[in-house]
Design a protein around this ligand. Structure first.
Ligand code: PAF
Length: 293
């Protein structure tokens, strides 16, 4: 497995692979890899000749400060969150290699965003709701880095997890609107046995918080069951989800929303497939999860 740090070297490598007729599958990550990423990498290995994993903690998606809005408490600034984001390239590299990666691309922030950097990609509307409402600038940072990474790695297919549903929808819109020739595949959320969605942030939870964190998935299952039973009233479902989550004393709801899959606008009466999404602080850790139902 190769570790590539230079943008130029990464581009040249991809170009060579394409000349040789190889397909490139790409998994963009910020490192701190867990079973969710590794399952994805194994799948990419099955579907492509070459697997590239980027490990880049993208400073511009952390934002200046998380806002205090209604139920949200700013437990940390964007900069703090960026600094405390777990980094362990040596371990990540071992895990990637075992899972079938051929290349890790891990550029320095300075190389991606030199002092003269000026260009950003903003997907309007889709970036301002759900998590975007509480993390101004976050999805602009994601769309920008995704565009840069696609231009550098030039993959045939890029893989994203359903856990970050809004991110996946925004990235899809970005490549569609900007005619970036890459197929986006969204893979199912990988869960722990008790249903907690795998996330690098789970590492921040202590034992009691980890137990309380299962309530996110329980609330989503509750919503799914209510919808299956014929309840079409979104506010009713959200109220019941809130009641369940509020039973956990370490949990504080940031938002629970039932939205349209295309424009992410809140749905009043559920008549079609919808995205049920939520963000909940468990202690000092903000967790997100969602289901499509
Ligand atoms: O989901 C992530 O890890 C990041 O948002 C991504 C897509 C790698 C962009 O930095």
């Amino acid at each position: 497995m190769k570790i590539i740090r230079s943008i130029k070297e990464m581009s040249n490598f991809s170009q060579m692979m394409h000349i040789k007729g190889k397909t490139i599958g790409f998994v963009p990550t910020m490192g701190a890899l867990h079973e969710g990423h590794l399952t994805l990498i194994r799948q990419v290995h099955k579907e492509n000749d070459i697997v590239v994993v980027s490990i880049f903690v993208n400073p511009i998606q952390f934002g200046p400060k998380w806002l205090w809005l209604k139920e949200a408490k700013p437990r940390s600034s964007g900069l703090e969150d960026y600094r405390r984001y777990p980094r362990n390239l040596k371990l990540d590299a071992q895990l990637c290699e075992k899972a079938g990666a051929d290349v890790i691309f891990c550029p320095e922030a300075q190389q991606m965003y030199p002092g003269s950097y000026k260009t950003y990609v903003n997907v309007s509307d889709l970036s301002d709701c759900l998590c975007g409402k509480f993390r101004p600038g976050h999805f602009k940072g994601v769309a920008t880095v995704a565009t840069k990474l696609f231009n550098i790695v030039n993959p045939d297919i890029a893989y994203f997890g359903q856990k970050d549903a809004q991110q996946a929808i925004i990235v899809k819109k970005t490549v569609g609107d900007l005619n970036i020739p890459v197929q986006i595949k969204v893979m199912p959320t990988i869960r722990e046995k008790d249903g907690l969605a795998m996330s690098s942030r789970n590492a921040y939870l202590n034992k009691e918080e980890r137990q309380d964190a299962t309530v996110l998935y329980q609330a989503l299952i509750l919503a799914k069951n209510l919808i299956r039973e014929g309840n079409i009233n979104a506010s009713d479902i959200i109220r019941k989800m809130r009641q369940l989550i509020n039973k956990k004393k370490r949990a504080q709801i940031q938002y629970i929303l039932i939205v349209d899959l295309k424009d992410l606008k809140p749905v009043d009466k559920i008549r079609d497939k919808v995205l049920v999404a939520l963000s909940v602080w468990i202690g000092k850790t903000r967790l997100i999860d969602n289901i499509i139902t």
